[in-house]
Design a protein around this ligand. Structure first.
Ligand code: SF4
Ligand code: SF4
Length: 400
């Protein structure tokens, strides 16, 4: 309680964060703003407000995009405040089936392997088509997960070490993450190809697991701490110059691990390549295509590494690169948010797609798997054919 009050009391109620908050912008309701939520937590922690369904709903409606934190002149640790509040009221909140399933698959390698086999069967036979025509995902309340599934790709078995294929510049650990391992082999393979071509040995520790973001945002700090300890153990090799991530949702969470040595090594892959002084232009084929770049909130507001992808992509000769305008807010994916807040998630996605499609690009790029899946699902639902990729995948495709 004291921590909650101390953090909430930092807010001077200036309201500068309000125009930056997606849920406030959509609703114009102070209870759905950072300042309003802080005031609610302050009143609750000071015992002036009871725990109620309405209170929990206002806090749960927050995307944890942390746009408010980025612009706050008083530096309110907003993410910490919300996570601590959720930990204290954990017993009062109900987990949806989709989120429970997601956590089960992301924490347990046997469950992930079963999910992989299940997906192969579901997506490579007529099963998915039949299930959808009978609305089975909807009846089982799994439609929000089903809509996100990308086309099935057979996973490639990963080695624990990949040697540099150019003059050696160093050694990095590659963090794949639970969703990367299950649904995003394309980005994993691209990351290995680009890092080794840039002169880095790549270590892929088998013991690594989920980053724990879903658990922390769900108020389950004990599980989050356990997952953090597993990852710190997996990447304990002192020879690693950096721990490179291909999903900013995971990277942002791991930069906030209490284990400072580990946290200090975590960096987004594009930012890492730029910071290491890599210039790949000579190794890249030209690409005369229009490319729209989406910057995930976790990359912009938490990691603060949004320049990396932009600068790296600019190394592709002839590319016509357009970042989404700064006025575009969170896409609405926000971890498991899109599963249990579909209306808000779709409203935010609609605004993003309107901006992205003003001049329809040939590729839409995003550095976070959650955002990429949500955006791709939105495009499919609107009947728009447009490839959504991680920036590193486009770089890998252009390597000579
Ligand atoms: S969170 Fe920061 S920006 Fe928002 S009202 Fe409080 S002090 Fe002002
Ligand atoms: S984290 Fe995002 S959604 Fe939540 S209050 Fe801050 S700006 Fe609004």
């Amino acid at each position: 309680m004291n921590n909650l009050l101390a953090d909430a009391d930092i807010c001077v109620k200036c309201g500068l964060c309000l125009p930056h908050c997606p849920t406030y912008t959509q609703t114009q309701n102070e209870n759905e703003s950072p300042r309003g939520r802080i005031a609610l937590i302050q009143a609750w922690a000071g015992r002036h407000l009871d725990t109620s369904k309405k209170l929990i709903e206002h806090i749960d409606n927050c995307l944890l995009c942390r746009s408010c934190e980025r612009v706050c002149p008083a530096v309110v640790p907003y993410g910490r405040l919300i996570n601590n509040f959720r930990e204290q009221i954990r017993e009062e909140r109900d987990a949806t089936l989709s989120v429970s399933l997601l956590k089960r698959v992301s924490h347990n390698k046997t469950a992930a392997r079963l999910a992989q086999s299940g997906l192969r069967l579901y997506q490579t036979t007529r099963l998915q088509k039949m299930a959808r025509s009978l609305n089975l995902p909807g009846l089982l309340r799994l439609d929000k997960v089903d809509r996100l599934l990308p086309d099935y790709h057979e996973p490639t078995a990963l080695a624990s070490h990949y040697p540099a294929t150019a003059e050696i510049r160093g050694t990095v650990g590659l963090f794949i993450g639970c969703m990367g391992a299950l649904l995003d082999h394309q980005t994993v393979n691209a990351a290995i190809k680009v890092l080794t071509a840039a002169g880095f040995n790549v270590s892929v520790p088998e013991r690594q697991g989920c980053c724990g973001a879903l658990d922390l945002h769900d108020g389950d700090k004990a599980t989050y701490d356990r997952l953090a300890a597993t990852n710190c153990g997996a990447f304990a090799d002192n020879n690693l110059d950096a721990i490179v991530t291909i999903a900013s949702g995971c990277g942002s969470q791991m930069q906030e691990y209490q284990q400072a040595e580990f946290a200090g090594k975590v960096v987004d892959i594009s930012q890492f390549l730029i910071k290491s002084g890599c210039n790949l232009s000579e190794q890249l084929l030209p690409l005369s295509a229009s490319v729209c770049l989406h910057t995930p909130c976790s990359l912009k507001n938490v990691m603060r590494e949004e320049q990396g992808a932009l600068k790296l992509l600019q190394q592709i000769p002839d590319i016509k690169l357009s970042p989404l305008p700064a006025t575009v807010q969170c896409c609405g994916s926000a971890g498991s948010y899109m599963l249990d807040h579909p209306q808000m998630a779709d409203a935010l996605l609609g605004e993003l797609l309107t901006a992205a499609l003003t001049q329809p690009p040939e590729y839409l790029l995003s550095s976070n798997i959650g955002c990429a899946l949500h955006i791709a699902a939105g495009l499919r639902e609107r009947g728009i054919v447009l490839e959504v990729l991680h920036p590193i995948t486009l770089i890998a495709r252009q390597l000579k």
